[in-house]
Design a binder for this molecule. Sequence first.
Ligand code: FAD
Length: 400
Amino acid sequence: MLAQYHSVQADTVATDIVIIGAGPAGLALANLLRGTGVRCVVLERQSRHYVENRARAGLLEYRAVEALRRHGLADRLLELGAPHGVCEFRIDGKRFTLPYSDLYEGRTHYVYPQQELVKDLIAAFVDSGGDIRFEAKDVAPHDIAGPNPSVTWTDADGEQHRLGCEFIAGCDGFRGVSRSSIPAGGIREFSHQPGIAWLGVLAEVPPSTEHVIYSLHPKGFAGHMLRSPTISRFFLQCPADDSAAAWPDERVWAELHERFAVPGSDWALTEGRIIEKGVVDMRGHVTEPMAYGRLYLLGDAAHVITPVGAKGMNLALHDAEVLAGALVQHYQGDDSGLAGYSETCLRRVWRCQEFSQWMTTAIHGTGDTFGDRTARIRLENLFSSATSAAWFAENYVGLM
Ligand SMILES: Cc1cc2nc3c(=O)[nH]c(=O)nc-3n(C[C@H](O)[C@H](O)[C@H](O)COP(=O)(O)OP(=O)(O)OC[C@H]3O[C@@H](n4cnc5c(N)ncnc54)[C@H](O)[C@@H]3O)c2cc1C
């Protein structure tokens, strides 16, 4: 294995892979490389405490859980997470449930908060001697087009470091340094902005439902997502230029009550203390290819997707699995995995983008325009056509 040491101050070690970012993508990659003989160092801008408590996604696809289980990374997830195989749509005040797991060979999601998975992945890596440098500031990749890339950063004590490596894995999210270090013309970027936003709300309250609720209402969409027995996630459609400041807690609960209402039913929404509020970007974005020279992009650094279909974290884990396999192959003398990394990942990314875009259109229309009406019919087809329902189930619970 090639390992280059570059002299600035500091590190006397070099490594095979520098992973930038300790989110689901970077941590999964680091763990999947454990025990393979491929060495890596993870650089994370934030503190360990910060990343272990950053609440984001919460639905893991069946395929992702199986992959984590195969690598011994799913013990706590299987103990504390909950399988999930039914979702509910509320359309014009009527309830429709879809048992998608039954329609897809019994495969389920797992409800498990992203920050819990991050905790598990950090513990598994660090406990087995893995090297994560938290609070790494000013991380910068260098010489990514040539055979001897390196990464520089400043540690919490203000010391500067440079680490030589053979490959860099850019796992630093949509606003990280990896993608932006690629020279102009090195990649193509595709973006779609649906012209709406969601107010994301995290509340200290047990869920008022056993399954995810997608509610269509003339005032806009409302979503009730599951996180844990004591924490629930809610979403409210809002204008793309809205801000959380315009949503005091009383307004949030009033809108949620109104948009979830089912006339004539005894269903009730339980209120609790709101612990986080923010406007969620609903853009879709894809980078092609997902690599440039010795830099490989994973997860949100390569693609972002609306949270509608709960795909972001799952795509990040899939990218990590594909790249880990390709890197191990590389060190066995076979570069076909690295050559095909981008194409393999992008096939899944675009299928998920298509599904999420379909869901976005279907659940946000008010039913008042031509396009809204066709989208509404397609949604209603899920409850009248077994073929439509099976298509939804396969895409929602995740491609194998
Ligand atoms: C605010 C927010 C809310 C979300 N909510 C949902 C949701 O409700 N449902 C859903 O399905 N999906 C949600 N998502 C999407 C999902 O969480 C992401 O798709 C997932 O986190 C992607 O994982 P990742 O590892 O690629 O990136 P991230 O989780 O973003 O991890 C990137 C890591 O890189 C670090 N980093 C960034 N820049 C640097 C740098 N310069 N140097 C070193 N480290 C750096 C970051 O601190 C972070 O730890 C949300 C995303 C965001 C941003």
